[in-house]
Design a binder for this molecule. Structure first.
Ligand code: ADP
Ligand code: MG
Length: 696
């Protein structure tokens, strides 16, 4: 086992600063006897149960109620049921509960339907992008992503269907949650009967409360409203019985957190009494890698199965695999769940006694100067680390192994994370607000103001895409159509442009593939086979064209799972692609676009892609030995991602879909282009941005 040190015992080094937690955390969690009691008894044992009447009273008497309670106390699954029992869903009214993540929407909806003994999709339903499991008229409790609720506002600006809207996981401060809170505050002024519940695991309840009391008059002037019109929100804190969690730190920093996580799990299994293990890693790739390593490692040691049941958990995981995570641990087994930060607060896993925290998560970062937004593996905040630790104390006292030193925790981790709003590209956010009729975006009532540079960049890009006009209003029809399509604006623009190019059939396939995580199955140790298989589908023009080959192969196979298995293609992802494509085809017909095929004219297809993505162009450096590209827009060093069919092919000019950053900035999903197409498609953009005559 890597060497861990526990605060309170003799210190490995003399210089460490005290952990403000004193090494032991007490969490407000119930003593549950999972697995044994009936659902009803389980429900009554949850900490929120004691507050049932108080919650209902506060909601009845206050426009806004803020509820703070530890993860697992029953906020998400119970409060909507209490509201329904109290009559908030009578008549044709609906109770809404939002989540920042799709996976948690599906999971909590399924759980609540089970508790209520109803079929999912009837009385209890959910809606996520491209998937609607509700039955209008019948559905009383609806779980949905905050993004979907924002979209619903476009059709029904006052959200008149809903009697109560519970904005859950508000501490996550996702970009959509922040937008939603600003907009809901506006709606409340027009619909005083609407009830809001803001719930979270940890919240600066005070600042949230202030936000709902202050009415923004104009950009500079904030005024306390006259009493009565904006009543201060009620705040309720749910408390329960807690179990202590002991924290262990590494004595020396880990050089490879993945390896370190795997060896820590194996030693817990060897040395610690029964209890499930929850491991926090950053994303699908390293989670799958760890699952594989653990499967190998567990066998290596004894030559037979170690009793470990290793399960991944990340968004995009098929339903059947999600269910395994929540199923009770079989007798004699120890469950090891390897998760992204979705298990930090959004989902409660019963039976976890040990937590292994790698100290990182995948976060979005946007640099408005270089105009680069990338997903970066970055250190978590102290608040996150505490949440992760708390996951070990649900059933009995637990242990948390932090794969970093205490000094690192104290000195390097920021105390709170930065709201997503302040580290994102704001293009989608601006379009949505514009579509909702909010013209003065800088003057919008933000919970935390977005950086003005990011706002200016967003306006610039939207203008260059023809989505906003000179007065920063949505153009007609393009701007309004883009706002209707629930995809990134660049993809939406690409779809709309395909009409003129006569390749909408192909482009919606490409758009559908880009909207799922990855269509390839990537298992550690099979990279070579995967690369060989990819060659069959690979098109010299790049990934988007290769996607069409895969899609065609999938259809020709009769959508066979066998075929996918043979070709290292993710069957569930392909089924999703077919489904999303179907919905997109209906959507664009509604927008008046006729489906048309370019019959494999890949130049036309690439031009249509470029019509949306011209801003993502880069050029191979002249004498580059290692495939270094520079983005045209901001001269950033970037490389083709190893998963691309153009990896090592390195055509001179390319367009990429997105960037991921690990050791370098990698371009994901790349096609080769001719540079003359850039000036042809976006002369205004390239003349404005790139006065480098040597290149053209
Ligand atoms: P909170 O929102 O306060 O974090 P939840 O309402 O999500 O809490 O969870 C309350 C309890 O319900 C959990 O402690 C867990 O026991 C149970 N629970 C929630 N979701 C599931 C699920 N999918 N399967 C089994 N139990 C669940
Ligand atoms: Mg919850």
């Amino acid at each position: 086992m890597s060497k861990f040190w526990k605060p309170g015992s003799e210190r490995p080094r003399a210089t460490l600063v005290d952990d403000e937690e004193g090494g032991v955390l007490f969490f407000s969690t119930p003593s549950s006897e999972y697995g044994r009691s009936t659902l009803e008894r389980q429900k009554q044992r949850l900490p929120v149960y004691k507050y049932r009447d108080a919650i209902l009273y506060l909601v009845e008497n206050n426009p806004t109620t803020i509820i703070v309670g530890e993860t697992g106390s029953g906020k998400t699954t119970q409060i909507p049921q209490y509201l329904k029992e109290a009559g908030w869903a009578e008549g044709d009214r609906v109770i809404a509960c939002t989540q920042p993540r799709r996976l948690s929407v599906q999971s909590v909806a399924a759980r609540v339907a089970e508790e209520m003994g109803v079929k999912l999709g009837d009385e209890v339903g959910y809606t996520i992008r491209f998937e609607d499991q509700t039955n209008p008229g019948t559905t009383k409790i609806k779980f949905l992503t905050d993004g979907v609720l924002l979209r619903e506002m476009m059709d029904d600006p006052l959200l008149t269907n809903y009697s109560v809207i519970m904005v859950d996981e508000a501490h996550e401060r996702s970009i959509s949650t922040d937008m939603l809170l600003g907009l809901l505050k506006k709606i409340q002024r027009r619909r005083p009967e609407l009830r809001l519940i803001i719930s979270s695991a940890t919240i600066e309840a005070k600042s949230m409360s202030n936000f709902f009391q202050i009415r923004k008059k104009n950009r500079r002037q904030e005024v306390k409203d006259d009493p009565g019109s904006l009543k201060p929100p009620a705040i309720l804190s749910v408390e329960g019985k807690g179990f202590p969690v002991e924290i262990y730190y590494l004595e020396e920093p880990a050089s490879d957190y993945l390896q370190s996580a795997v060896s820590t799990v194996l030693s817990i299994n060897d040395e610690e009494p029964a209890g499930d293990i929850l491991v926090f890693l950053t994303g699908q790739d390293d989670i799958e890698a760890a699952v594989q390593l653990l499967a190998d490692g567990a066998r290596d040691i004894r030559g037979h199965s170690s009793g470990l049941l290793v399960l991944p958990l990340y968004s995009g995981l098929p339903r059947a695999d999600q269910d395994l995570v929540f199923a009770p641990t079989p007798k004699g087994k120890r469950k090891v769940i390897i998760s992204t930060n979705i298990a930090e607060t959004s989902l409660t896993l019963e039976g976890v006694v040990y937590v292994v925290d790698c100290g990182f998560s995948k976060q979005r970062f946007y640099n408005p100067i270089s105009d680069i937004e990338s997903l970066v593996v970055a250190p978590i905040s102290k608040a996150s680390a505490r949440q992760r630790t708390g996951r070990a104390g649900r059933v009995r006292p637990g242990k948390c192994f932090r794969l970093y030193t205490e000094e690192y925790f104290v000195k390097e981790l920021p105390s709170e994370g930065i709201p997503e709003m302040q580290r994102s590209n704001l293009v989608s956010c601006v379009i949505q607000l514009k579509a909702l009729g909010i013209d003065n975006i800088l003057g919008f009532d933000w919970l935390a103001s977005p950086p003005p540079e990011a706002m200016v960049r967003a306006l610039e890009v939207l203008y260059s895409l023809g989505i906003l006009d000179e007065d920063a209003k949505l153009t007609s029809p393009t701007g309004f159509q883009v706002a209707e399509i629930p995809l990134e604006p660049m993809i939406a623009k690409m779809i709309l442009s395909a009409d003129a190019f006569g390749c909408s059939e192909e482009i919606i396939t490409v758009a559908a593939v880009l909207s799922v995580q990855s269509i390839w199955v990537n298992i550690r140790g099979t990279q070579k086979e995967l690369d060989e298989v990819k060659l069959w589908f690979a098109a010299a023009e790049g990934d988007h064209v290769s996607f069409l080959n895969v899609y065609k192969g999938f259809l020709n196979s009769g959508k066979s799972s066998q075929w996918c298995y043979k070709n290292f293609i993710n069957y569930h992802a392909m089924k999703k692609v077919v489904d999303v494509r179907e919905q997109l085809s209906r959507l664009i017909k509604r927008l008046g676009i006729v489906l048309k095929s370019c019959e494999r004219d890949t130049q036309t297809l690439r031009k249509a892609v470029l019509a949306g993505f011209f801003a993502h162009a880069s050029c191979l450096e002249e004498y580059s030995q290692n495939g270094m590209y520079k983005t045209i827009r901001s001269s950033q060093e970037v490389y083709i991602h190893p998963s691309s069919v153009l990896f090592r092919v390195n055509p001179k000019w390319v367009i990429y879909h997105s960037l991921v950053s690990t050791d370098k900035h990698y371009m994901r999903n790349v096609i080769a282009i001719d540079p003359s197409w850039l000036t042809e498609a976006a002369p205004h953009f390239y003349q404005l941005r790139m006065p480098n005559p040597a290149l053209f």
